[in-house]
Design a binder for this molecule. Structure first.
Ligand SMILES: Cc1cc2nc3c(=O)[nH]c(=O)nc-3n(C[C@H](O)[C@H](O)[C@H](O)COP(=O)(O)OP(=O)(O)OC[C@H]3O[C@@H](n4cnc5c(N)ncnc54)[C@H](O)[C@@H]3O)c2cc1C
Length: 666
């Protein structure tokens, strides 16, 4: 298995030099160029030996589908297959004929319960079993029901995760059983009407009463009402985030210790709300209508001391507050820890949903015919180059992101203080990137399937509509990207790497950009990495310059577009790098060829998508860009020929492949 730290932040200074073996190859090429009488080699940079060559002529690569599936599923394959089989039961079938809000919610709730009862996820506690608990994220996406999976995510990861990470033994003992089952659902009450992305400014307060050893939770203003809370229509428990206030006494000022989590019972077993707790429904939404999202607000709601999830801050029997964090900022960050699980669950779910939708759309395109030559059968949709350019990069991306998802889950399961920030940055960036890519893939699958793609019974439309909110929940993508950009720039500044990367591209680099092998993963990673580092350095310089003129906040604001592009560029480089490392470390030789095809297709697609940047900065010539585009078109043809095998390796549960449009003779 590959080492974990190979893909941390980019080593900027290394970009001043092209990779060593490539440098030698370029020198050799330059010598050959000085002797024009000798015949030029096709490419000076050879792919590693393990890789079979790409076909690049539209012929099929002969590879075992089962080996590709095992590579993607990783060590949890038997468990994931068990879930796939389980999802074929009628209990998990799609509710495609709509129904009213209540019946959709009942259906999603029933699926959650069935999943937790039957999946065999008999965990003792979340913290010690993160790997096994996170592993099904992509397969849960193939359940093709975001309402049910969001309800599971809220219950297990947001509610359960908060108790696991913010609570102490007494909480875990009490709540673990309720998390394991869906009999007493939980919700996560963080967002308020006035503040969504800016959680630091939440207004709900919990005032400590020492005489009664209790807290009174209060919603002080209308804008402090909790909003959008998933599961809150049926939840018996909630983790409520509020500012912990120690009242003033003996002439002392009241003290605000900032955000803390409180695990509280909001409904009794008859589902009636307790006194002091109010709830109302968010009503019908653009999608995700099987999830019961609602408002929650409190009026002098008294809860015992033990409601405080006190792993990070507690009040002793003398009424003195202490915290394991000296710094309020660190405590605040710790309070948000549960969000990292759900960000990972969201990215995995989106990857799985994309794989399911692309499977349907590609199978349909192999059946459906439109137009063609006179007196001939009409042409299959899949033979149209626009179909190939719309579906194949998304297909390649969904394989790559599935593998990267597994890698991040493994890192997160073993995370330590040393690499925590790096992994968290990756989770934030990957959540944003993978959900944007997923919505793009689902839209492509929808459009490529024409009117049939718009029918709920064919599933793609349901996924497309429901996936939309994934760009917003668990951290809005634009806001998350800013966090990533901030970490990258801070890292660069810490390393003092400013001076290293020259604006001017050296002759050696220019030769490499113009003549490196565009089918070589090393070359593609180098090109993506160069863009990332250049964007990072330019952003840091712009920020420094503007801050002098306008102040830090305004400078950041003026650079926002640049910063978002930087964050995306970072994720693009990392996912290709991670996939390549996994491929070299874990793939059987029989699938090396298909994996290389997948990697090169997606990496060239990403480079082509940013061709404006490469041309604007004279990194890649227009001629070279055309070569990249032409190669991408040919790679998409190769992907098409192999696409049925690739989608088979996803193992999408049969009942979600068996949609009406694939069973009709048109
Ligand atoms: C269906 C659904 C389910 C949810 N479930 C839960 C739940 O169970 N529990 C819970 O606590 N919350 C939940 N949420 C809330 C969700 O986490 C928030 O909606 C999200 O954090 C964004 O907050 P907001 O809606 O207030 O948007 P805002 O923060 O107001 O953002 C609105 C827009 O402004 C932009 N923006 C904001 N700040 C900046 C900035 N600094 N720079 C540039 N642009 C900026 C954003 O990119 C976005 O486009 C849910 C939301 C939805 C829609």
């Amino acid at each position: 298995m590959e080492s974990n730290n190979t893909n941390s932040s980019l080593n900027v200074s290394s970009l001043n030099k092209v990779p060593q073996q490539l440098s030698a190859a370029i020198k050799q090429q330059q010598q050959q160029q000085q002797q024009p009488q000798k015949q030029q080699p096709q490419s000076t940079v050879k792919p590693p030996k393990v890789l079979k060559p790409l076909c690049l002529n539209g012929t099929k690569i002969d590879f075992p589908v089962a080996a590709l599936k095992s590579f993607m599923d990783g060590p949890y394959e038997p468990f994931l297959d068990h879930l796939r089989n389980m999802f074929n039961q009628p209990t998990f079938s799609i509710l495609s004929d709509g129904g009213d809000l209540n019946s959709r919610r009942r259906n999603a709730s029933m699926k959650c319960k069935a999943f937790l009862e039957q999946s065999g996820i008999a965990y003792k506690d979340i913290k010690s079993e993160i790997g096994r608990l996170m592993a099904p994220a992509v397969v849960i996406g193939m359940l093709c029901d975001f309402s049910a999976s969001v309800k599971m995510g809220v219950h297990v990861w947001l509610y359960g995760g908060s108790i696991a990470h913010l609570g102490t033994a007494k909480h875990q003992e009490f709540y673990n059983d309720s998390v394991r089952k869906f009999e007493a659902p939980g919700c996560f009450a963080m967002t308020e009407l006035g503040h969504g992305s800016n959680i630091r400014s939440l207004e709900t307060i919990a005032t400590y009463n020492h005489a009664r050893r209790s807290f009174v939770i209060q919603t002080p203003t209308a804008s402090a009402r909790k909003v959008f809370l998933g599961n809150s229509g049926e939840a018996q428990f909630a983790v409520v985030f509020a500012r912990l206030l120690m009242p003033s006494h003996a002439g002392q000022q009241a003290q605000d210790h900032g955000l803390h989590g409180f695990a509280v019972r909001i409904r009794d077993t008859n589902k009636s709300l307790f006194r002091g707790v109010n709830w109302s429904d968010c009503g019908e939404k653009m999608g995700l209508n099987g999830t019961d999202n609602g408002y929650l607000w409190f009026d002098q709601f008294e809860v015992p001391y033990d409601a405080l999830l006190d792993a990070h801050g507690s009040i002793d029997v003398n009424g003195v507050y202490t915290s394991i964090h000296k710094n309020q900022g660190k405590r605040f960050t710790a309070m948000l820890s549960a969000l990292f699980y759900t960000r990972l669950a969201v990215s995995g779910g989106c990857v799985g949903a994309s794989q399911a939708a692309l499977s349907i759309a590609i199978n349909y395109a192999f059946q459906r015919r439109q137009f063609g030559l006179p007196q001939q059968p009409e042409e299959l949709l899949i033979h149209y180059s626009t179909h190939q350019s719309r579906l194949m990069p998304s297909l390649a991306g969904s394989v790559i992101m599935g593998v990267v998802q597994m890698y991040i889950e493994e890192r997160w399961a073993k995370v330590s203080a040393v690499d925590q920030r790096e992994v968290e940055t990756l989770i934030c960036g990957f959540k944003a990137f993978s959900t944007w890519e997923s919505v793009n893939a689902l839209q492509n699958a929808r459009e490529c399937s024409g009117g049939q793609g718009y029918l709920a019974s064919n599933i793609i439309a349901l996924l497309r509509i429901d996936a939309d909110v994934m760009l917003t929940l668990e951290g809005d993508n634009t806001v998350l990207c800013q966090q990533v950009a901030k970490d990258l720039i801070t890292d660069m500044q810490k390393k003092g790497a400013f001076g290293f990367l020259m604006n001017n591209i050296t002759e050696e680099m220019a030769t490499y950009f113009s003549s490196g092998d565009i089918l070589s993963p090393e070359f593609l990673i180098y090109v993506l990495g160069y863009r990332e580092s250049r964007l990072c350095r330019m952003a840091a310089m712009r920020l420094r310059k503007m801050a002098k003129l306008h102040g830090g906040f305004s400078a950041w604001n003026k650079c926002l577009d640049h910063l978002i592009i930087l964050a995306k560029a970072h994720v693009e480089r990392r996912i290709i790098e991670i996939f390549y490392q996994r491929m070299l470390a874990n793939a059987k030789p029989e699938i090396a060829g298909i994996l290389k095809l997948i990697l090169t297709t997606y990496a060239l697609y990403l480079i082509d998508r940013s061709r404006g940047f490469y041309i604007e900065h004279s990194i890649i010539s227009k001629k070279r860009c055309k070569q990249i585009k032409n190669t991408l078109v040919r790679l998409c043809e190769d992907m098409t020929v192999n696409s049925k095998d690739i989608i088979q390796s996803f193992g999408v549960p049969k009942q979600f492949q068996n949609v009406p449009m694939l069973n009709s003779k048109f």
